[in-house]
Ligand binder design. Structure first.
Ligand code: AZE
Length: 177
């Protein structure tokens, strides 16, 4: 059972950022309030020689109600007391894209196949999250392997977001745009 307190959410033990580096395809997402990445979401994490983590991400967005484009985003990560919890500063390659400063928690990963990410933007008075987003990432653009689905479902439940995800489509859209 879980109490849905953000402060009690278990994150990945002994998180290894070097093994986390590389390309991840979002295969499912739970959206936050407001504008968000729609589909074709691919993230690339990089670890510099000094250990600093950075990332790029792309995904389809619709801005100004009607403009469809592939957003190219950049992020830098600040370490915290927990190796699986980061603060993420991000911005878009184009000035009209979103900037922000969000949590970036790695809830669970086997590094080679799946990862469950979580970000709470706003906590309520009761300590539960009132504005969160989350990605299920896969190393494979085709989706999760059947053998990873059980653990991913379990983690969705632990972060109190079971049933709140949508699949993320991948087509060639953002390869060229
Ligand atoms: C994430 C992977 C690591 C790098 C970044 C990520 C998040 C990006 C967004 C982008 C939103 C863009 C919008 C544009 C109009 C977690 C996928 C930067 C949340 C809404």
């Amino acid at each position: 059972a879980q109490d849905c307190q953000v402060d009690n959410i278990q994150v990945m033990q002994n998180f290894n950022r070097t093994k986390y580096a590389g390309t991840w395809y979002a295969v499912a997402k739970k959206d936050p309030v407001g504008l968000f990445l729609l589909d074709n979401i691919v993230a690339q994490f990089n670890i510099a020689e000094d250990g600093q983590m950075t990332a790029t991400a792309e995904g389809r967005v619709i801005i100004l109600q009607q403009w469809e484009l592939c957003a190219h985003m950049f992020a830098t990560f600040e370490d915290t007391y927990d190796p699986a919890k980061f603060k993420m500063k991000y911005w878009g390659a184009a000035a009209n894209l979103q900037t922000g400063y969000d949590d970036h928690w790695v809830i669970s990963t086997d590094y080679d196949n799946y990862a469950v990410h979580y970000a709470c933007r706003e906590k309520g008075y009761d300590g539960t999250c009132i504005d969160s987003y989350s990605f299920v990432f896969s190393r494979h653009p085709t989706g999760l392997r059947p053998e990873d689905q059980y653990i991913v479902t379990q983690k969705k439940q632990e972060i109190c977001l079971l049933g709140k995800y949508r699949r993320v489509q991948h087509n060639v859209l953002c390869d060229s745009v």
